[in-house]
Design a binder for this molecule. Structure first.
Ligand code: SF4
Ligand code: SF4
Length: 280
């Protein structure tokens, strides 16, 4: 289990612990302030990205020190984890409100409204949505948006299945850990957290509690899965004419599984996979 499970999950996966979505946590003054500033100033993320891109120019030991500091801070403030769709479904069963909103990252990187993010809450009105609704000039509530879309669990799950077919990776996010306010659907080019984590080597999110595994006998070598993986974990064996997952690189998102018509791909618990058990 990841360190958040140990600290905030009481022996379970931390994002399946109802307390981490509670109104009690959402009512914390510092947390509300953080959420307010986060959504009021999406341009701050762009500036942060620009600054961290300069990390590549620093000597290795200086860079590693900054990476350590940034990651430590992000773990406290806004950190995520990849979750497969079956765990998204369990999260939806836990919560009482699902609200679809414009994606913060895509707004700050592309300047466009793309509705790939979901506020989730134990409160029927939605904790984060209720806070953000008070921000008159927020990008989420400005004149070009149609406001928040409240979805039923079934509608939200259907939308997530569509995102999965699009090849997007589901991730949970904290607003001052351990409070979880949302689930996003990320890709490497537009999502700043994925870019940090994968392209710049600054971890802003954990891998899933799972890893992918291919049943070689079931694989017909169609290569459909190779196009889905955003993490570089899938390769092609020319000699066997089969797809292969390198579990050391696998984030356990399950997106490859969703396109495999042969059902050759499964997710297994990361803890039971010796080469990946301690890779987060
Ligand atoms: S999609 Fe399935 S059958 Fe096709 S290559 Fe990948 S694992 Fe094999
Ligand atoms: S190989 Fe791993 S990281 Fe890549 S799509 Fe499949 S489950 Fe996700």
């Amino acid at each position: 289990m990841c360190e958040f499970c140990l600290k905030h999950g009481e022996g379970k996966k931390w994002y399946l612990e109802a307390r981490n979505y509670s109104e009690d946590l959402a009512s914390d003054v510092n947390r509300r302030q953080m959420i307010t500033e986060f959504f009021e100033h999406p341009e701050a993320a762009s500036k942060f990205i620009e600054k961290t891109e300069r990390l590549q120019t620093l000597p290795k030991f200086v860079r590693e020190w900054f990476v350590y500091l940034i990651t430590r801070k992000q773990k406290k403030i806004h950190y995520g984890q990849v979750v497969p769709i079956e765990d998204v479904e369990k999260i939806f069963e836990l919560t009482n409100s699902i609200v679809r909103v414009a994606c913060y990252c895509r707004y700050s990187t592309l300047g466009k409204e793309k509705r790939y993010c979901y506020g989730i809450s134990l409160s029927p009105e939605g904790n984060v949505a209720e806070i953000v609704a008070g921000l008159g000039d927020s990008f989420l509530t400005g004149p070009d948006t149609s406001g928040f879309e409240k979805l039923t669990r079934e509608e939200a799950l259907e939308a997530f299945r569509k995102h999965e077919r699009e090849g997007l990776c589901h991730t949970v996010w904290t607003f001052r850990t351990p409070f979880i306010g949302g689930i996003c659907n990320c890709d490497r080019s537009d999502c700043w957290a994925m870019r940090f984590t994968l392209s710049q080597g600054v971890p802003i999110m954990f891998r899933a509690e799972y890893v992918g595994q291919i049943e070689a006998d079931a694989c017909n070598g169609c290569r459909e899965c190779l196009r889905q993986c955003q993490f570089g974990a899938l390769t092609w064996s020319a000699s066997n004419k089969k797809a292969v997952i390198d579990q050391r690189w696998c984030y356990g998102c399950g997106i490859c599984r969703s396109v495999c018509k042969e059902k050759a791909i499964t997710l297994v618990e990361r803890a039971r996979c010796p080469v990946a058990a301690n890779l987060w």
